[in-house]
Write a protein that binds this ligand. Structure first.
Ligand code: RB5
Length: 147
């Protein structure tokens, strides 16, 4: 597999997280699960920061973050220089997030996206490469200290 994978959620996303872990294990991916693992209320910020630090400190790693909507997770993850977290609700967004934005974190909403569509979104995200070129220039303009 080309990438190491890491996943995390809050209570609004843990059911979809479990479904994605099962799905990805069936695809022979090794995936690191940073929690949460129940419906007990937790702060999405904590999990977004944990996962972002993991992605930044491990080479060739992509992350998946799931909260109720995916919005809080993407806001929190994008506070980290070098994290490009993309909230995707369909496969076109997932493809563009990789091709044009070189996103290294996929965000989804457990209360928005069902498991069937989420599998397609994850597949697309993991199997699409960054095209570089003019998009690299724009990514460099996101944060001049990285990449
Ligand atoms: C938790 O209720 C909810 O606010 C959270 O999962 C997420 O949707 C925030 O953006």
């Amino acid at each position: 597999m080309p990438y190491r994978l890491v996943i995390a959620s809050d209570h609004g996303g843990f059911e979809l997280k479990f479904a994605m872990i099962n799905y990805l294990k069936q695809q022979q991916y090794d995936i690191v699960d940073l929690g949460t693992n129940s419906s007990e209320s937790v702060d999405y910020t904590e999990y977004a920061h944990l996962l972002s630090q993991y992605v930044l400190s491990h080479e060739n790693t992509l992350g998946i973050l799931i909260c109720g909507t995916g919005i809080g997770m993407s806001l929190a993850a994008n506070r980290h220089s070098g994290i490009r977290a993309a909230l995707c609700t369909d496969t076109y967004m997932a493809r563009m997030a990789r091709e044009h934005n070189d996103a290294n974190v996929l965000c989804m909403g457990g209360r928005v996206t069902g498991p069937g569509l989420a599998e397609h979104i994850v597949d697309t995200f993991l199997n699409t490469e960054f095209v570089g070129g003019r998009h690299l220039r724009r990514i460099n303009q996101l944060d001049p200290t990285v990449k």
